[in-house]
Write a protein that binds this ligand. Sequence first.
Ligand SMILES: [Zn+2]
Ligand SMILES: [Zn+2]
Length: 181
Amino acid sequence: MAALLSGSVLLLISLKCFPDSAISTRGFLFGMVAGLLYANGFEYCLHRFLLHAGHGIFSEQHMVHHTTLQSPDAARYVNFSSNPWGVVALFCANAVPFLILQWFFHIGWIAGVFASFALYYMAFEEIHWRTHMGGWLPKWLRPAARHHLLHHARGTDRFNVFLPILDWVIHRTSQRAKRAK
Ligand SMILES: [Zn+2]
Ligand SMILES: [Zn+2]
């Protein structure tokens, strides 16, 4: 709910408060693709560099999720953010650079970024929950669940939770670098 409301408010701000930014369907769809790639990169960086930093409150909380998977109270620690205000703060922090871009450069496709970011965030929390708690997932999402369970098995790679775009890019880049040595 916090993600849905935050994303909707940002979408409205983007559409209503920036009349210079003419929005077209094509522009909105372009913004959605840009938002998807941004959300994927943000998810990867947050998970890899903050939640697996080995120190700090966010890392400690995430390690509780990693260590309690087989315990009876595992469900309490599955959500990446259990505090709705944390979700609102996350959306606001991520929105600032995009709102500045829209303000200064009158970019019309920014609204699509907010819609896409919110959908991505809700999908990733929902799929993550179902992966661990055994909820229904369509067949085509089962490899995504496996991808995340392998992250739990090793804890050193596979930082995208359900859509391993940046995982794949970084894997390919490091393989190429190894071959070049
Ligand atoms: Zn997990
Ligand atoms: Zn993790």
